[in-house]
Design a protein around this ligand. Structure first.
Ligand code: ADP
Ligand code: MG
Length: 204
């Protein structure tokens, strides 16, 4: 996988659009089991990322991902900012400039492990890891772009019956059951946007 400048810019715009266009939905999800700021947090972060274009796309893919990650850590805030930001930064650190699918598998695994350390969390606790982990497994198992995008949507849906044991939603105990985790929804939107933009690279 090697993205030219135009493809890198397309990727950044698609990622940003995916969460900005769904900010109200993310807000409602976070109003149900959190404090209602997730939509605005993510929107603020990705507006800052968009503001860094076009310079951002002049960088190599790994460098671009690192800058996106740092921007998200600084601008998103909340619990999700450092976690989503860590994912992008570590992905950038782990990806070589010319990356194969195997490199992407290894780099996403490293990035997810960094999120786990940062959040002191694991899959199964009703957080964005409940999307990242199963989607990465589909990628590692050779799934194509369609399978990866479908898993992202299904994994976010599977957080609905879960009991939250990390993050603000965990304060609700049993009342966290029956609602989709907002961070899982934003992760699934970002994954779908990335996969749709990179379809030909993912499948090659
Ligand atoms: P805050 O909870 O501080 O208001 P946000 O609303 O922006 O922050 O983000 C909430 C999301 O962050 C949750 O839906 C969950 O997916 C994710 N999250 C929160 N805490 C953790 C954690 N310890 N590990 C992994 N993800 C977490
Ligand atoms: Mg919140």
């Amino acid at each position: 996988m090697s993205l030219d400048r135009e493809a890198r810019e397309r990727l950044v715009r698609a990622l940003a659009r995916s969460v900005i266009e769904h900010a109200d939905e993310l807000t409602s999800l976070d109003q149900a089991i959190g404090d209602g700021d997730h939509g605005l947090n993510m929107k603020r972060g990705f507006e800052a990322v968009l503001a860094a274009l076009p310079d951002l796309a002049d960088k190599s893919l790994p460098e671009m991902l690192k800058v996106i990650g740092m921007t998200l850590v600084m601008k998103v805030g909340g619990a999700s900012g450092p976690l989503v930001g860590t994912f992008f930064m570590e992905l950038g650190k782990a990806l070589p400039e010319q990356s194969t699918r195997a490199d992407l598998v290894a780099a996403t695994e490293k990035a997810i492990n960094a999120v786990k350390v940062r959040g002191r969390s694991e899959a199964g606790q009703k957080t964005l890891l409940d999307v990242l982990v199963p989607v990465q497994a589909v990628l590692a198992g050779g799934g194509d772009a369609k399978a990866i995008a479908a898993e992202a949507v299904q994994a976010a849906d599977r957080t609905i019956p879960m009991l939250a044991i990390r993050g603000r939603a965990s304060f609700l105990g049993e009342r966290s059951v029956g609602h989709m985790d907002p961070g899982s929804r934003s992760a699934s939107l970002l994954i779908r946007a990335a996969v749709e933009t990179l379809e030909s690279e993912v499948d090659s």
